[in-house]
Design a protein around this ligand. Structure first.
Ligand code: ZN
Length: 77
């Protein structure tokens, strides 16, 4: 059992060989490499997705601004 450590991410014990020690403000903690990699991949995917969304949003915004600036558009009131 001495070869395992408590993984604060999973809330379980894993073999230390599959883990890394993370230094936080509260001290050092163990976290499994699997969860570190999963988070890293998740962040990369989210970044890519976020960039896509930003591109869509800005093109939509541009279209909306064009429509708002359209002189043919009648103003209500
Ligand atoms: Zn874990």
């Amino acid at each position: 059992m001495s070869d395992t450590a408590y993984c604060y991410h999973c809330g379980k014990h894993h073999p230390k060989t599959e883990m890394r020690q993370i230094h936080t403000k509260g001290g050092s903690r163990w976290r499994c490499i699997k969860s570190i990699m999963a988070t890293r991949r998740g962040v990369a995917e989210r970044d890519a997705f976020g960039k896509q969304v930003t591109a869509i949003n800005s093109s939509e915004q541009r279209a909306r601004m064009k429509a708002a600036l359209n002189p043919e558009r009648k103003t209500a009131a």
